[in-house]
Design a protein around this ligand. Structure first.
Ligand code: SF4
Length: 490
């Protein structure tokens, strides 16, 4: 059996190293680093990825799975060799080790003149980063003596609609771009192994920290100052790197007359003066809110493999709402709805929401997200389209009122409720809640609806309770933020 050294590369390490050698070094030498432990959202991504991978194998009847634990590396390589010798038409998770690098190929398909290497992705398009994945695999397979004549990325089809409109997968041939990249694989492997043999390398921060995806060590490498240029409104990692390339590292370095969006100019003034900035236009912007108001917020599910009619891969669908409404005496009533069971939740949710919001003159929401969801519901629940259209006409977005009129130094260039609430209403936090993030809520709803059998009745009830509390806090947050804005306007 091939003896495989502990310090080796893999497909994932290789692609990490191409992004940044420092990231690779930490990944290999500090595998237990807090930053590398997958949270519930990432674990759900892995779960959905394996679900997609299993569905992909159905397209290769008679294939041989290498069904051994992932850590039994030598045994997997051995089992793959045996399946090849026995003439398997295709092998799933075919394992190879060569040039100090281990790879497991999602699908290895035997052709008349060689082999086709297929990388399965749960994304709904083929991306540049997939070429690296396939190239390092081709390098290892070729070094193992296989004749790889074709490479494909098999990804989800964005045109597919549940339950059976179109094909779930698209197969994109990437043989040419993989071959074009191939000559760079071997030198990169040498460079990565040399780095791993030495001390933590010094690598300057830059756009590579966010591309092709955000590095988990950004918190270690990037300055955590509200004045850093990455905290400027409308500036993410890539734009921040462009500023830094021009020598601008701090927001306060920008001249007063810098050409910036108004919100960023307000931020610049706020950083230079240390003050909360409130524009004169705030009172006028709040006038449309001087009617009988409701406050609405949705939570959604978002699955790689669509679950309800008309949904495509990764489409979002409303599964929960919270609604606070002024009762006319200075108090509020509250209504809520959370889907139960795997059937399509949208008709019942739409009915409950129309009933709850019937008396409101305007319905406050935060960001265009709720409007998009209500438009979508008009299509999927056509029998309620007229009522939903009427609800849509009542919507009023609080976010642009803040973005166009207010800047608090603690916004840190962001206007999401998670930044705005603690700055404007510090006494109202999410600290006492179990779920504090929309992505986590989405994963928990999916767990509740689609793997309910795996939750005990206590876990089920607790998760429902946590979700209801979280969504309720979001609508109460817009109630309190609006109160604060009225104070600021006075
Ligand atoms: S934050 Fe940037 S420099 Fe630091 S390890 Fe990650 S990619 Fe490398």
């Amino acid at each position: 059996m091939t003896a495989i050294p502990k310090l080796r590369l893999s497909k994932s390490r290789f692609t990490t190293g191409v992004q940044c050698h420092r990231y690779l070094w930490w990944k290999v030498h500090e595998p237990n680093a807090e930053e590398l432990q997958p949270d519930i959202v990432l674990r759900d991504r892995f779960y959905q990825g394996s679900q997609v991978g299993a569905l992909a194998t159905e397209h290769f009847p008679g294939g041989t799975p290498i069904a051994l634990p992932f850590y039994e590396v030598e045994e997997r390589v051995e089992a793959t060799r045996k399946a090849l010798d026995e003439g398997a038409p295709s092998i799933f998770e075919a394992a190879f080790f060569a040039d100090t690098t281990y790879v497991a190929v999602d699908v290895l398909e035997r052709l008349d003149d060689g082999f086709r290497l297929i990388e399965v992705k749960s994304s709904s398009s083929q991306k540049d980063e997939h070429i690296l994945d396939a190239a390092v695999q081709k390098h290892v397979l070729t070094s193992s003596g296989l004749d790889v004549v074709a490479c494909e990325i098999m990804h989800l089809n964005k045109e597919f609609r549940h339950p059976d409109q179109g094909a779930l997968f698209v197969r994109t041939d990437v043989t040419t771009p993989v071959d074009e990249y191939l000559s760079r694989v071997e030198p990169e492997i040498r460079a990565q192994l040399a780095i791993l043999d030495g001390k933590l390398p010094d690598i300057a921060i830059g756009s590579h920290c966010f591309e092709p995806r955000e590095c988990p060590f950004v918190g270690r490498c990037w300055p955590d100052s509200p004045d850093h240029i990455i905290k400027l409104y409308n500036v993410g990692g890539v734009k921040a790197a462009q500023y830094m390339d021009r020598g601008v590292h701090w927001i306060s370095d920008l001249p007063d007359d810098a050409k910036l969006p108004h919100a960023a100019q307000r931020q610049l003034r706020s950083i230079k003066t240390g003050q909360v900035i409130v524009e004169r236009g705030l009172a006028k912007a709040l006038e449309p809110f001087d009617v009988r108001l409701g406050h609405l917020d949705f939570e959604t599910i978002q699955r790689a493999v669509p679950v309800w009619d008309g949904l495509g891969p990764w489409h979002q669908a409303a599964a929960q709402f919270s609604y606070h409404q002024e009762d006319g005496t200075g108090g509020f009533t509250h209504a809520e709805h959370l889907a139960e069971g795997p059937r399509d939740a949208r008709p019942a949710l739409a009915r409950a929401m129309i009933e709850a919001t019937a008396d409101a003159e305007r319905v406050v929401h935060y960001s265009p997200f709720e409007k998009t969801r209500i438009k979508n519901l008009q299509q999927v629940v056509p029998e309620l389209a007229a009522e939903l259209k009427q609800l849509e006409s009542k919507l009023i977005d609080l976010l642009p009122v803040i973005r166009n009129n207010v800047y608090h130094p603690e916004f840190q260039g962001r206007f999401s409720l998670k930044y705005v609430l603690p700055a404007l209403v510090p006494e109202l936090t999410y600290d006492d809640l179990v779920i504090v993030d929309g992505m986590v809520a989405s994963v928990e709803i999916a767990r509740l609806l689609f793997v309910a059998g795996k939750l005990s009745p206590e876990q089920h009830e607790r998760t429902r309770h946590d979700l209801l509390e979280y969504c309720k806090r979001d609508t109460w947050a817009t109630v309190k933020v609006l109160e604060k804005l009225r104070e600021l306007a006075r």
